[in-house]
Design a protein around this ligand. Sequence first.
Ligand code: TYM
Length: 333
Amino acid sequence: MHRVFSGIQPSGELHIGNYLGAVRNWVALQSEYECIFSIVDLHAITQPYDRDALATRTFEMALGLLAAGIDPERSTLFVQSQVAEHAELAWALSVVAPLGDLERMTQFKDKAAREETVPAALLNYPILMAADILLYRADQVPVGEDQLQHLELARELARRWNARFRPGFFAEPQPMLSRARRIVGLDGNAKMSKSLGNTIGILETPEQIWEKLKPAMTDPARKTRKDPGNPDICNIYHLHQHFSTPAQVEHVAHMCRTAGWGCLDCKRLLADNMIAALAPIRERAADLRAHPERVREVLASGAERCRTIARETMGEVREIMGFYGAGAAARAT
Ligand code: TYM
């Protein structure tokens, strides 16, 4: 059976970008695959972060994921830093990671450009990501488009490590893209991302959702209510495709092109559909908030299970790489 692994940083909220781009896919995959999902706090510390908020954000992300439909009966959910082997395998993979490849990663270049002093962790970030996946010998990785380059590097590291130490040991992880591989933020310009402040959180209230949608960017060429619009270049139209029925999507496009509707009419329908789609998630989140021990229990048993798998993989890796005290190398000394 294929094993699915994916991760999400606790640095931001669960918003409709990472929800549609990845998490909704995770929820769907649970019925077909063995799934392991991680809140990757070790990745979140590669950029300046609020030390006092990290644990709370990690908990909040777990709560959001469970509310969004991650089912602990079927999937394993855990916090990355609770399984020490992630960092250990990252080190073991770093010996086959070409510096040039790491420096070429677009996310590294973007993030490094914003820092005065670039931490080595930012450069090594994709090695840790490869370790996350390979530690569980996972071969399917549901992600959004922005992670494809990192995943390509993970495949490269698996190939290089296998070639040097043990052919066929690690499977080369394959990406699984959802239909919403890149959700654009409310600015209509950049990828939806908490750090850019262009998000709608999946736990936001109906009022908050409407207040955010009202000023959101539409077709920039549509200056007045009477001008016909072009839905193909309108982000609100694109969002309709994920929240509205096919008939509604068609209607919206027609009303936009004929100036039958103003942008606010179009946004009102989107808001209503979005609010309805997110309502059950908000309800489950409220329920979990009243029972935080349930979230803690899921994370504790998830970490326990992952430690067992991780220890096994690292035991083999240690032996294959010839470390003192490991397997055959131990018997030789
Ligand atoms: P992160 O936390 O930035 O995002 C989590 C997932 O959501 C997807 N995503 C989006 N998809 C479409 N449109 C958007 N606007 C959008 N924003 C986010 C991301 O592609 C991702 O799938 N490095 C990863 C986390 C990670 C990981 C891993 C993923 C660490 N180890 C191992 C897979 C396997 C990250 O920062 O994702």
